[in-house]
Design a binder for this molecule. Structure first.
Ligand code: 6R9
Length: 682
């Protein structure tokens, strides 16, 4: 969040331009996992999901989705048409229905008598807390909607939201939705330039920000980045921004531009608590969220209202087994990431859930902070990213073991493949060996989960996202778009439209078609490598542009990384292919050691021993072909703000090149740290 972390792309993925991919054959299938965890009979008996959902969806997919849309979402005008695919690849779902996203997330729960139910348990990083019921949320969102209207925001206008993880973030998103304005959330802490390009691309009239937020124990400023982003710049078009609405979070000093800047508390607290939601068409743009490509300007991924809410609510209810009247749900994602949109703001609130939101980092003021929060609120459903789980593994099991985590009954993972050993650790240490884990594969573009086990139904396998959800049609195909047989590897595709699919790239229909629909005509190319195991379960193997070619063998990064993480020395690993005279490319691994072993790498002998041990381990787990040529022990890995490893930068290090564009890193000092560590005289 500190604005001095120079970043340029919200929700950036390490590498994500599927359109740039070449046409080599599929991937090798290296790792074989045999452990399975069938659901307990107790869980299955009360699970929301039932096995026959797959059959129902297979028999009549559109009828299945129509049922979800009717049962889980309230419509002001019911739809009669389910899917119109005549304008492919731009879909229309529930096209003649009308609804409002904020009404669905808030008002209808109050009308149903649940106004006293807690919607948000907010936990600030310094320890301040706030409890917001659904009735409170209705008042806050209504006032904010009135305040936005008073600032001249109308249905169809775009609003950029640049906030820390606080209650106002959720309120701001819903206030936009309530008046039919399209929000574009930019990660707090992305640079002024990044912010400016997103403001301009979307043509936003308003920016909602804060003076600052708390992160890693101190107040870091946000407003200066907004000031710089909207300032007049020589030679550049002025931005479309008319007002900047500023939440007071930290109380730090801010520069103030009269007539343009407005305090949130002045505008919102003066506004009326009554507001009638603006009913919009199902295909009305709900939000734009920017995701970076490897090259070129970030893509504004566009999502609309009816289909998005339907799949958000459906997946949240069945994949997490949500029982709205008893569960306490916590998704640790920032609202700047799509996960924060679908599984903090929309999915849980449309389902009337009680959830925790937390402002800060997991290790402030101590490495047990998350588990302390789980204990404090009795969190029962917990959703986080593999990067966080691996960080906790590095810190050691004794930290979570100090807290009572017995309330947890479902655990989720998203963002990257979860290594089987990290999965096992998550299950044992956090889930008390009983809570089912759902490894959920999806993307900014898919809007909601697509491939995941269903708790109570699926026998889980550590490391695999396993099966497309009922209603979703996905496959793994070879270069010619032919489905690979069980046991084979290739490219993940989505063969039928789904309700929460992106409706385009903001202002660039051609780029939308080129990026996702041209690799295999007529089907959606996700840009991920994948394999099917002997049972037909899907394993994600990382972005296809990270694939390595070693002596003609196409190896994914994921499996070698998982093999490394399965060694007790290693908490986290990133593998890249570096140019090699002998083999075309050679595997180079960067590893972070688990806390108790970290000191072993301090001496040359120690490092050499570790390197040998890990190379032998990979050879034994996978085979000699996958053996890293070089293993480098590092203290940190370069990651985006949503926790994805940026292998492209490590490739630059491995090939002794100047490190490329590092502006989407969460922590810009990491690359210097890695390089100075490696440059240490031997
Ligand atoms: C939700 C989100 C999308 C990319 C996606 C894939 C990776 C996400 C995953 C996963 C393996 C999972 N990814 N979930 N890989 N297993 N469970 O992450 O959206 O930021 O757009 O990234 O993330 O590579 O293509 P986004």
């Amino acid at each position: 969040m500190p604005h001095d972390e120079p970043t340029t792309a919200a929700g950036a993925r390490a590498t994500d331009d599927p359109s740039t991919q070449g046409g080599e054959p599929g991937l090798e299938n290296l790792l074989h996992e045999t452990r399975t965890f069938p659901p307990s009979s107790g869980f299955a008996a009360h699970a929301n999901a039932k096995a026959d959902m797959y059959d129902a969806a297979r028999e009549d997919r559109l009828a299945f989705w129509a049922t979800q849309a009717t049962e889980l979402v309230s419509w002001q005008k019911p739809f009669t048409e389910v899917l119109d695919w005549s304008g492919a690849p731009v879909a229309r779902w529930f096209g003649d229905g009308r609804l409002n996203a904020a009404y669905n997330a808030v008002d209808r729960h109050v009308e149903a008598g649940h106004g006293d139910r807690v919607a948000l348990h907010f936990e600030g990083e310094p320890g301040d807390t706030r409890t917001v019921t659904y009735a409170d949320l209705q008042r806050e969102v209504s006032r904010a909607a009135n305040a936005l209207s008073a600032l001249g925001i109308e249905t169809g206008d775009r609003v950029v939201i640049y906030l820390p993880m606080i209650v106002e973030s959720v309120v701001a998103m819903l206030a936009c939705a309530r008046i039919g304005a399209t929000h574009s959330v930019v990660f707090g802490g992305f640079s002024a330039d990044a912010l400016r390009s997103r403001i301009s691309d979307a043509g936003a009239k308003l920016v909602i920000t804060a003076d600052g937020g708390y992160r890693r124990g101190s107040a870091s400023a946000l407003k200066p980045a907004v000031d710089a982003a909207v300032a007049e710049k020589e030679g550049a078009e002025p931005t479309t921004v008319e007002h900047v609405l500023v939440v007071r979070r930290t109380g730090q000093d801010v520069e103030w531009t009269e007539h343009r800047d407005v305090w949130w508390h002045d505008a919102v607290e003066a506004a009326d608590v009554q507001h009638t939601p603006v009913w919009v068409d199902a295909e009305h743009p709900l939000f734009i969220l920017y995701t970076s490509g490897t090259t070129g300007k970030p893509k504004g991924i566009l999502h609309t209202t009816g289909g998005y809410l339907t799949q958000a609510a459906y997946t949240h209810k069945y994949v997490f087994d949500l029982k709205a009247d008893s569960d306490v749900y916590w998704c640790t994602a920032d609202i700047g990431w799509v996960t924060g949109h679908t599984y903090v703001t929309y999915g849980p609130l449309v389902n009337g859930a009680t959830q925790v939101i937390y402002e800060g980092t997991p290790d402030t003021p101590h490495q047990g902070r998350w588990w302390e929060i789980v204990e404090k609120y009795g969190v029962s459903i917990f959703y986080t990213a593999p990067t966080a789980i691996r960080a906790c593994m590095k810190w050691g099991a004794e930290i979570p073991e100090k807290f009572d985590l017995s309330s947890l009954r479902v655990l989720g993972s998203v963002g990257e493949p979860i290594n089987p050993e990290a999965w096992m650790w998550y299950r044992r240490v956090i889930g008390g060996d009983t809570a089912p884990i759902v490894d959920t594969w999806w993307q900014t573009e898919t809007g909601a989960m697509m491939i995941s086990p269903l708790p109570g139904v699926t026998a889980a396998k550590p490391g695999s996202a396993q099966v497309p959800l009922p209603g979703i049609v996905a496959d793994v195909v070879d270069d010619e778009a032919r489905p690979v047989p069980d046991g084979g590897g290739g490219y993940l595709v989505l063969s039928e439209p789904w309700p929460s699919m992106l409706r385009g790239i903001w202002g660039d229909l051609q780029r939308f078609k080129d990026t996702y629909w041209s690799r295999f005509p007529g089907i959606y190319f996700a840009g991920d490598g994948a394999k099917k195991d002997e049972d037909g379960d899907v394993w994600l193997l990382g972005r296809v542009d990270d694939v390595m070619n070693i002596s003609g063998h196409r190896l994914s990064t994921t499996e070698i990384e998982s093999a490394l993480v399965s060694n007790e020395l290693v908490a986290e690993a990133a593998v890249v292919g570096a140019a090699d005279e002998m083999t075309g490319q050679a595997v180079v691994a960067f590893v972070i050691l688990r806390g108790e072993h970290a000191s072993r790498a301090e001496t040359d002998e120690g490092s050499a021993e570790i390197e040998k041990e890990l190379r032998d381990h990979v050879a034994q787990q996978i085979g000699p072909i996958a053996k890293p040529k070089k293993i480098l022990v590092v203290a940190e890995l370069p990651k985006t703000r949503s926790g994805k490893i940026m292998r492209r930068l490590l490739r630059d290090v491995a090939e002794n090149r100047t490190v490329g564009d590092a502006t989407t890193l969460a922590d810009s000092s990491v690359m210097e740290l890695i390089q100075s560590g490696l440059a240490k005289p031997a």
